[in-house]
Design a protein around this ligand. Structure first.
Ligand SMILES: Nc1ncnc2c1ncn2[C@@H]1O[C@H](COP(=O)(O)OP(=O)(O)OP(=O)(O)O)[C@@H](O)[C@H]1O
Ligand SMILES: O=C(O)C1=C[C@@H](O)[C@@H](O)[C@H](O)C1
Length: 286
């Protein structure tokens, strides 16, 4: 059983100044209105697995599923500040009534920080965290995305990804880190738009640096190519980014690390902690 406690973990991560997709909104994201306060008890079926989910009007969630409430693995290495954590806590409290139980879907390229930031966000909101790649692995029964690509195909992976997103779309109070390519199928937007979609927009250079640091084992689309790990990642990410650039702009909000770094006087987006980035995602509508 997993408890979605509203307690704030005082680790801090940086938030990014967010922009409404397509146009700037002084760095603030406005949550869409009109969400009904429906409370549900839902059974989630993904592939052959059955998970019970009692969610949702309360703060208690039961899931037989690998949702993580742990701190993100690398978060201890981030230069987090207590100030940022307190700002995040306050902003989250402000925004909860506006969120009104709606799920948050984080979209963005591989390595953009959807998992790292998503875990922080879920903790501070008292939401549960899901990684859609992990849910696909569970549904398929193969515990590696790379292995699913190898044993089946990318199309098979994408079909299961769509099923997972469909099942999640009827749930509430979740932060979902989606797969980097989830944005390419229009049907996935229909599912994700049941909640709020936020695009973590990170410069390719920073993505390639992050991925080169941890390797491409879990990222099958980056396995091919030549050169050093940074160059390989950069070249492939550039191609994917060109193909997908438009798709990401479907998101309700864009959190641009470049924009936030500039606002905060940093020359490099690497100066932004995951907590600072999370702050931009929970700004109350004006
Ligand atoms: N703000 C940040 N500053 C520096 N490094 C970060 C930041 N956010 C995430 N990272 C690092 O970047 C790497 C990728 O992050 P993460 O796994 O959260 O991305 P992701 O978008 O979920 O990736 P994928 O879609 O490939 O699963 C990790 O090693 C993580 O520690
Ligand atoms: O960008 C992509 O297409 C992918 C990103 C990962 O999260 C996985 O979903 C998979 O490796 C494909």
């Amino acid at each position: 059983m997993m408890e979605a406690s509203a307690a704030l973990s005082l680790q801090s991560c940086p938030w990014i100044g967010s922009e409404r997709a397509g146009r700037k909104t002084s760095g603030f994201f406005r949550f869409p209105t009109g969400f009904s306060d429906e409370k549900r008890v839902k059974t989630l079926r993904l592939g052959d697995s059955l998970w019970s989910r009692a969610a949702v009007g309360s703060r208690r969630v039961e899931l037989k599923i690998s949702c993580s409430r742990k701190k993100s693995r690398g978060s201890d290495n981030f230069n987090n500040s207590v100030d940022e954590a307190l700002i995040l806590k306050r902003k989250s409290e402000d925004v909860l009534p506006y969120l009104n139980g709606r799920c948050i879907y984080l979209v963005g390229m591989m390595g953009s920080g959807k998992t790292t930031v998503g875990k922080i966000l879920s903790e501070v909101l008292g939401y549960s965290f899901f990684d859609s790649d992990k849910l696909v692995e569970q549904a398929v029964g193969i515990y590696s995305v790379a292995q699913i690509f190898k044993e089946h195909s990318e199309a098979f992976f994408r079909d299961n990804e769509s099923k997972v997103l469909k099942d999640l779309s009827s749930m509430h109070r979740l932060v979902v880190a989606t797969g980097g390519g989830a944005v390419v199928r229009p049907i996935n937007w229909k599912y994700m738009k049941q909640g709020i979609t936020i695009w973590l927009d990170v410069p390719l250079d920073a993505l390639a640096r992050r991925i080169a640091a941890v390797g491409t084992d879990s990222r099958p689309l980056l396995h091919h190519g030549s050169g050093d790990p940074y160059t390989k990642a950069f070249v492939k990410l550039s191609t994917l980014s060109e193909q997908r650039g438009k798709a990401y702009t479907n998101a309700d909000a864009r959190v641009s690390l470049e924009y936030i770094a500039a606002q905060q006087g940093h020359g490099d987006v690497c100066a932004l902690t995951p907590t600072a980035i999370a702050i931009e995602e929970v700004l109350k509508p004006e």
